[in-house]
Ligand binder design. Structure first.
Ligand SMILES: N[C@@H](CCC[C@H](N)C(=O)O)C(=O)O
Length: 277
């Protein structure tokens, strides 16, 4: 099986061209290839497939083999893959995901994509749609008890489920201890991606993420969008936010008139390879 290892701000996946390769059990393959000792090493697996309703389809799996509806860093890499490897010559493309069809604008230099802007769509705030078990129409600054401690969460779906938790010092957070407690908390029927956030100023925030199905990653695109939406809803930032992640910065804008979120960031190819297993 031919594959390409790609990363967006260090959030790395194994990409397989579904036009050429037929994968029988992608969930099982995701677990194998993601292993950083016995596999290729990645946060998961992404298949790039033909689509009947868009230019391409992105089929995304986490490192534990579970399916993710959307992947912000992954979708920018899919855009780079299809352009750089000649599957399209368009710089405006659409990609079908389980979280809806996304529209992307590619910036290319000397025939290679260097940056991608993604229209990530409308943030979903209704608890039942995220899903979060909660009373009311939204989950904004709402209490949640984890391991005997009360936190305040804001819930947002960007096609996949997120909660945002504000903290003073995320650098010293023992995320591998607390992350799984949020991920598997009984109030999240589909588990949850959790972003831990420090607000730096009205246009800049810093975050770490514990991803559903993959653990701590260096960046999460849908997570950065959820964080920007949460910060704006909580009155902490303006509508344009630079989100500082462990792997680098993402630029997020919530266009309130169109009620859509734009994410801009890089995508890179690490290497091509052949999987023999
Ligand atoms: N890293 C991704 C999100 C991947 C899916 C997520 N773990 C889930 O299960 O929803 C991103 O960049 O958005």
């Amino acid at each position: 099986m031919k594959f390409t290892k790609m990363q967006g701000l260090g959030n790395d996946y194994v990409y397989v061209n579904g036009f050429e390769e037929k994968i029988e059990n992608p969930s099982k393959l995701a677990v194998k290839v993601s292993d950083r000792h016995f596999g290729i090493g990645s946060d998961g697996l992404i298949l790039i497939n033909p689509s009947k309703v868009a230019d391409f389809e992105m089929e995304m799996y986490n490192a534990d083999g579970s399916r993710g509806e959307m992947c912000g860093n992954g979708i920018r890499c899919v855009a780079k893959y299809v352009y750089d490897y000649g599957l399209t010559d368009k710089t405006q493309i659409s990609i079908e995901t389980l979280g809806g069809i996304k529209y992307l604008e590619l910036t290319a230099e000397e025939g290679k994509v260097v940056q991608v802007q993604v229209d990530m769509g409308k943030p979903e705030l209704r608890p039942g749609k995220i899903p979060v078990i909660a009373e009311g129409d939204t989950v904004i600054d709402a209490p949640i008890e984890v391991e005997g401690k009360e936190y305040k969460m804001t819930g947002v779906s960007m096609g996949n489920p997120h909660i945002v938790i504000y903290m003073d010092d995320i650098d010293n957070l023992e995320i591998e201890k607390i992350g799984p407690k949020f991920e598997n908390h009984k109030r999240f029927p589909n588990r949850i991606n959790t972003e831990f956030v420090e607000v730096l100023d009205r246009n800049t925030v810093k975050m770490r993420v514990w991803e559903r199905g993959s653990g701590e990653t260096l960046a999460c695109g849908t997570g950065a969008c959820a964080v920007a939406v949460a910060c704006i809803l909580n009155g902490l930032t303006e509508d344009e936010v630079t989100v500082r992640l462990l792997g680098g910065d993402l630029f997020i804008k919530w266009d309130r008139e169109k009620d859509t979120v734009y994410m801009t960031g890089p995508a890179e190819i690490v290497f091509d390879g052949e999987w023999k297993n």
